[in-house]
Write a protein that binds this ligand. Structure first.
Ligand SMILES: *Cc1c(COP(=O)(O)O)cnc(C)c1O
Length: 413
C-alpha cells in the first residue's frame, strides 16, 4: 500500500511513478487513495463508540477529490475562509459538519457560513463575537459558536507553526474565555455549542497536547458551574508526521489521551487533523533537468521549485528525496534545487544520490502544505495532481496552462 518499491522502482500503490511521469509529465503531485483512507480510519476508529467528528483541516490540501474522499468517509471539515467552505460544498461535504476557524473572518464569509448552516464558528476574539452576533440578528438566525481558547502552552514546534502561546495571534486568552462565554450567553442570536483550541502544527511531543487538554477541561468545569452547557469539545489539529526521524504520537494514542482527559464528561469530541491525514499520502514527482558542478558543491537542478513546495524554503523543513529508479553508480552529494531565481529555492541540501541527468526523483511526505501553499512565482505553471487507486490513476487537477495563468489580467491602455 501507499508508496513502495518493486524491483528497485518506486510505485504508488500498483502504479509505477515512472509511468505517471510519462503520461502526465512533471512536476506532478501524486496521492495514494489507500493511504488517505487508512489515515482517516486510524483517527476515526480510535474513538470507538464515543460521539466524535473528525474535521479534516482543508488548508492542508484542498483538492476537491481529496475533500470528496474524506466526505465519503463521513468526515467533517475545518475551514479558515469562505473559499474553503465553497470547496467543501463543491466536493460534496456537509456544511453541518464544518467548523470555521481563523482570526479574520470577513462579514461576507460569516454571512456565507450562516446561510449554509455550518456546525459552528470557532470564535477568536470578542470583536468577532460581536460581528457574528450583529450579522446573525440581521439575518434573523442564531449563530452556533465555540470560543477558540489560547491555552498558552508551548507546542515545541517550529515558531512559524506554533499557535498556542500567548504571544501568538490565535484564540482568546485563557483568562478571558469565561467572560466571553458569559457575554455570548446573554445574546439570543448566539448559541454556545462548544469550546476549541489548536496549539500548533507538526507536534511530535504528546505533552503539549495533554497540557492544552487539561486547561480546556478546567474551563469546561468552570462553564458548567456558570450554567453554560456545551455540546462538543474541539481539541484542534497538530498531530505531527514522520518526515525524517521524528516519532510522533500515533493517532490511536492521541485520541485515547484526549478521551482520558474527558473524565466524567460525555461531550462529543471534535479534532481537526490536517497534516496527519494527508502528509504521507502524497509525493512530489520531479525530473532532474541538469547536474551542475559548482565551485564547492554539486547541484541537482530539478523541474520542481519552491513555488511548488515551499516548506524547505519557508521553515527549513526536511523532505526525504529518493530516486524513482535505483542506479548502481557512485552516490554523490547534491543540493537539490529548482529553477526559481532565489537562493532559498532548494528542496533538499547535501543529499546523497545515485542519479544522472533526466532521472526522476520523488520528494516524499509532500501531501500536506505542498500544493496548498504553491504559487505562480516566476510565472511557473502549477503542477498536475494525480490520485492513485490501486492500479488506476485519476487526474484530479490538470497542469495549469499559460492562458489560465494570465486570465484575469489586462493591459492599462
Ligand atoms: C492548520 C490548522 C489545523 C490543522 O493543523 P495540522 O497540523 O495540519 O493538523 C487545525 N485547526 C486549525 C484551527 C488550524 O489552523
Amino acid at each position: 500500500m501507499g508508496f513502495n518499491r518493486q524491483n528497485g522502482e518506486l510505485y504508488c500503490e500498483s502504479v509505477a511513478l515512472s509511468s505517471i511521469a510519462q503520461e502526465y509529465g512533471t512536476p506532478t503531485y501524486v496521492y495514494s487513495r489507500a493511504t488517505l483512507i487508512e489515515q482517516y480510519n486510524l483517527f476515526n476508529s480510535a474513538f470507538h463508540d464515543h460521539p466524535h467528528l473528525v474535521c479534516y483541516a482543508v488548508k492542508a490540501n484542498p483538492n476537491l477529490a481529496i475533500l470528496n474522499q474524506f466526505a465519503r468517509l463521513g468526515s467533517g471539515f475545518d475551514i479558515v475562509s469562505g473559499g474553503e467552505l465553497q470547496r467543501v460544498l463543491a466536493a460534496g461535504g456537509q456544511a453541518g459538519k464544518t467548523v470555521f476557524s481563523g482570526v479574520g473572518k470577513s462579514e461576507d464569509e460569516i454571512r456565507l457560513a450562516l446561510n449554509h448552516d455550518i456546525l459552528c464558528f470557532n470564535v477568536e476574539s470578542s470583536e468577532e463575537l460581536l460581528r457574528i452576533d450583529a450579522i446573525a440578528q440581521s439575518m434573523k438566525k442564531q449563530a452556533p459558536i465555540s470560543i477558540r481558547v489560547n491555552p498558552d502552552v508551548d507546542a515545541k514546534t517550529h515558531p512559524h507553526i506554533s499557535t498556542g502561546l500567548k504571544s501568538n495571534k490565535f484564540g482568546v486568552p485563557w483568562q478571558e474565555a469565561l467572560q466571553l462565554y458569559q457575554q455570548a450567553s446573554n445574546r439570543p442570536a448566539l448559541r454556545t455549542v462548544g469550546i476549541d483550541c489548536h496549539i500548533g502544527s507538526q507536534l511530535t511531543d504528546p505533552l503539549p497536547f495533554a497540557e492544552a487538554a487539561s486547561r480546556i477541561m478546567e474551563l469546561v468545569d468552570n462553564l458548567g458551574r456558570m450554567g453554560i452547557q456545551l455540546d462538543h469539545i474541539d481539541f484542534g489539529g497538530g498531530v505531527g508526521i514522520r518526515y525524517k526521524e521524528e516519532a510522533p504520537i500515533s493517532p490511536t494514542d492521541y485520541v485515547s489521551a484526549l478521551m482520558a482527559h474527558l473524565g466524567k464528561y460525555k461531550h462529543q469530541i471534535l479534532i481537526e487533523p490536517g497534516r496527519a491525514l494527508v502528509g504521507n499520502s502524497g509525493i512530489l514527482l520531479t525530473r532532474i533537468e541538469y547536474l551542475k558542478q559548482g565551485e564547492d558543491r554539486r547541484f541537482a537542478i530539478i523541474d520542481a521549485a519552491m513555488n511548488d513546495l515551499i516548506r524547505p524554503a519557508l521553515y527549513d523543513a526536511w523532505h526525504t528525496i529518493e530516486p524513482v529508479r535505483e542506479r548502481s553508480i557512485m552516490p554523490r552529494h547534491y543540493d537539490v534545487v529548482g529553477p526559481v531565481c532565489e537562493s532559498g529555492d532548494f528542496l533538499g541540501k547535501n543529499r546523497l544520490l545515485s542519479v544522472e541527468t533526466g532521472d526522476l526523483l520523488a520528494i516524499l511526505s509532500s501531501g500536506a502544505y505542498g500544493m496548498s501553499m504553491s504559487s505562480n512565482y516566476n510565472s511557473r505553471l502549477r503542477p498536475a495532481e494525480i490520485m492513485v487507486d490501486n492500479d488506476t490513476c485519476f487526474l484530479i487537477r490538470k497542469r495549469e496552462t499559460f492562458n489560465e495563468l494570465i486570465q484575469g489580467e489586462s493591459l492599462a491602455p
